[in-house]
Design a protein around this ligand. Structure first.
Ligand code: IPE
Ligand code: IPE
Ligand code: MG
Length: 263
């Protein structure tokens, strides 16, 4: 007799002659996929190129994966583009990344419009150079009426920054007697995070073989499925993305319950 895991393995073998894309169960697409896009620098180094070449190539991957996500009907795709800690990189790299962001947004806005994608950001946008902020705010405004994929870019983002910010907001409401201490619950905290109104990620992907979270969405990832791949971000293809989703679809999400309870 098969255990449920064996049955899932059999299923994968049975459909092995189908492409990864064809194996995806369209009624079980994760609603929210978050990605830690890592490995641009190492990719460039391997080609004997400067780190910025890796970041430029990484932008191509963003383009590709965003289109795939929209096509699959994923509702939210959150991409970790620049962390609070990344401000500590050499000034030269930070400046070059900021201009790459501006150029990319300018170039990609027509594609976002064409694909009905809405751009959102999470993070401390105020820390970005004025020009970068303006570009992002303009694109957010222009795409605000789009109803397809929500593309969320985490910029100058860190989960601890976000939790401190939420704590201050909630504490201030309590101090002003606008909220009762005993009314603070999970919903209150979620509503004060930068991801308010977004579902928690179902699937977190990290490329480049690093097995860590690096201060990303600490609260929101409480029950997300994790997928780590050695693939460097500039080489992350549509097929790699499909593989991650297939892996997710083979898992049983129990949320603390027993297998019998969720089946
Ligand atoms: C991820 O690639 C992109 C950013 C953090 C901006 P890295 O730049 O971290 O690449 P590695 O980890 O050095 O290879
Ligand atoms: C995480 O990558 C941040 C982004 C992908 C933007 P890092 O390369 O900065 O993470 P660490 O420093 O290796 O943990
Ligand atoms: Mg890195």
């Amino acid at each position: 007799m098969f255990t449920s895991l064996d049955v899932r393995k059999e299923y994968v073998i049975f459909v092995n002659d189908m492409s990864y894309k064809e194996q995806i169960q369209i009624d079980r697409i994760p609603r929210h996929v978050a990605i830690i896009m890592d490995g641009n620098g190492r990719w460039a180094k391997r080609q004997g190129l400067a780190r910025m070449f890796g970041h430029r190539q990484g932008v191509e991957t963003v383009h590709r994966i965003t289109e795939v996500a929209a096509e699959l009907g994923i509702a939210y795709l959150t991409l970790y583009a620049f962390s609070t800690e990344n401000w500590n990189r050499p000034k030269e790299e930070v400046d070059a990344l900021m201009s790459l962001l501006v150029d990319t947004i300018a170039k990609e806005t027509p594609t976002l419009m064409k694909n009905n994608i809405r751009l959102l950001t999470i993070g401390d946008l105020d820390r970005l150079p004025e020009g970068t902020q303006m570009r992002f705010r303009a694109c957010i405004e222009e795409t605000s009426g789009n109803t397809g994929l929500n593309l969320v870019i985490a910029l100058s983002y860190s989960a601890r920054w976000e939790i401190i910010r939420a704590t201050k907001e909630i504490a201030s409401l309590v101090l002003q007697s606008e909220m009762l201490l005993e009314d603070i619950n999970e919903e209150t905290i979620s509503a004060h995070l930068t991801t308010a109104n977004m579902p928690d990620p179902d699937l977190l992907i990290r490329t480049s073989g690093e097995l860590r979270i690096s201060n990303f969405l600490l609260w929101q990832l409480a029950y997300s499925e994790m997928y780590f791949t050695d693939c460097l971000w500039p080489e992350f293809t549509a097929d790699e993305f499909y593989r991650a989703i297939l892996d997710y679809q083979r898992r049983e999400r129990r949320f603390g319950k027993t297998s019998e309870q969720v089946n």
